[in-house]
Design a protein around this ligand. Structure first.
Ligand SMILES: *Cc1c(COP(=O)(O)O)cnc(C)c1O
Length: 472
């Protein structure tokens, strides 16, 4: 397959991508397929002989695309966004063309140096103070895993990596009962264990961790011979946007010498708007902070940024430096593989650089502010509709609602809301996902797609109203 072949098919792919994005609004948002529908159309063993690209491309369109849930659909209001944008896409193509691997400075100096600069741009954009260093990870799950490993090693005097955890005092991690499951998973993978992840109760309108209960738990654990190590604070929890009072939590972390990690995977992008930064007050006191440009900053999946106040502790935790990787070069160079669990690293900084320059920070702010305004309008319209109630008001661009029907008990209401959700997602005009809030099934709405307009919100609202009206 020569350069002519590549040119021809790259052009075809570029045209396909542009046509796809121009018409994605016409497709049902969630894939309308059943389990196994796609797999049964694919040969169960690989071809021995080469197949023509025409046939491969045709099968992509015929078999794969109908089995895709369209995350770039302007009426994708499920989960959290994983938005993208033309400049991000173009950068991803260029990255793929070079196939660059950025594990060490010398394996792609531009990948390393651009990552250092662009993560400093992001630091400034969200208003974290100087002194925080950034590193790009694939996902927030990986970033949080790295942060928890670092906090574990700090508490153990870096003996965990050498001696293992057997014979050590149990390492304890604290977080609210609203944090993402990636915190639990990180504790499993770090050898800390679910039972040593203490879930602190939440209170108040933002479901913030009770800082008094947090401190009591730390003091009691230490008194019984355990090793309090890490606190994870939530900024924009996945379920309903729960957010801790980071300053209050940071005061406890400082007083007791714990590592404070802030999980702002989704909400972090909105912090580029100065008027929203009250949500992150106190984050400047954290030891680490993660957010995902791949969620809400028009940057294609995957791209998560971990900021650290003291990267030395992270590098001491994750930097192995086997001799065959030794970099011979000038002093002071960074090898980002020492900042991540994995060795090999994609060149993700390029798409950030393209996106930030192509939109400008003000352009990005405008998109995010628009999302928040649209979510507030959407919530207002639902609140005004008989038979509906807003359960949690918009936290940035996320709110939850539910149908309320007189005469139904709790289980009946849950079932009714599940039926509405199924009807909406089978209908295809929009896509919503559920969560549980105080034991009740509620329907989440978030707006964060690059191309969403108020007409899209209107179409989604009409679909919900119409389908709810048809429920018995
Ligand atoms: C999405 C999300 C995560 C996990 O993000 P990944 O990048 O998919 O690992 C973690 N925490 C919060 C609050 C999230 O919203």
């Amino acid at each position: 397959m020569n350069t002519t072949w590549l040119r021809q098919w790259s052009r075809r792919a570029a045209d396909w991508g542009a046509d796809y994005l121009a018409s994605v609004r016409e497709r049902p948002v969630r894939a309308q397929t059943k389990p196994g529908d796609i797999a049964k159309q694919i040969a169960s063993s690989p071809p021995e002989a080469a197949e023509p690209m025409d046939a491969i491309f045709a099968d992509f369109e015929k078999i794969v695309v109908p089995g895709i849930t369209h995350w770039q659909h302007p009426r994708f209001f499920a989960y959290f966004p994983a938005n993208s944008s033309p400049p991000s896409l173009v950068a991803e193509y260029l990255t793929a063309a070079m196939g660059a691997q950025g594990m060490l400075w010398q394996t792609s100096p531009a990948a390393t140096e651009l990552e250092t600069v662009v993560t400093q741009w992001l630091r400034q954009m969200i208003g974290l103070p100087e002194g925080f260093h950034g590193v790009i990870q694939d996902t927030a799950s990986t970033a949080t895993f790295a942060a928890i490993l670092t906090g574990r090693e700090k508490a153990l005097g870096f003996a965990g990596n050498t001696k293992g955890l057997a014979g050590q005092a149990p390492v304890r991690v604290y977080a609210s009962d609203q944090v993402h499951s990636s915190i639990d998973k990180a504790c499993w993978m770090a050898g800390i264990g679910q039972e040593n992840l203490v879930k602190v109760p939440t209170q108040g309108p933002h479901l913030a961790m009770d800082a008094g209960a947090l401190e009591t738990a730390i003091v009691a654990d230490r008194a019984s011979g355990m090793l309090p190590a890490v606190i994870v604070a939530a900024l924009g929890g996945t379920s309903v946007g729960a957010s801790d009072d980071i300053r209050a939590v940071a005061a406890v972390a400082r007083k007791h010498g714990l590592h404070l990690h802030v999980d702002a995977a989704w909400a972090g992008s909105a912090m580029i708007c100065p008027e929203l930064r009250h949500w992150m007050a106190g984050a400047e006191l954290a030891d680490s902070f993660v957010f995902n440009p791949h969620k809400w900053l028009m940057t294609s999946f995957d791209c998560s940024v971990l900021f650290l106040r003291d990267p030395e502790a992270l590098v001491r935790t994750l930097g192995i430096r086997p001799s065959y990787l030794a970099t011979h070069g000038k002093d002071g160079i960074l090898n980002y593989s020492e900042w991540s669990p994995q060795l090999g690293r994609r060149f993700r900084a390029l798409k950030l650089w393209f996106v930030i320059r192509a939109y400008g920070v003000e352009g990005l702010r405008r998109i995010i502010r628009n999302h928040i305004t649209m979510a507030e309008d959407f919530a207002r319209r639902i609140a005004a509709e008989p038979g509906f109630e807003i359960v949690t008001p918009p936290m940035l661009s996320l709110f939850t609602f539910r149908l309320v029907r007189p005469g139904l008990d709790a289980a009946g209401l849950d079932a009714q809301n599940q039926r509405l959700l199924d009807a909406v997602n089978d209908d295809g005009r929009t896509y919503l996902t559920p969560t549980r809030h105080h034991g009740k099934l509620v329907i989440r709405v978030q707006i964060g797609q690059t191309e969403t307009t108020s007409e899209d919100v209107d179409v989604a609202f009409q679909a919900i109203r119409e389908l709810a009206g048809r429920l018995q």
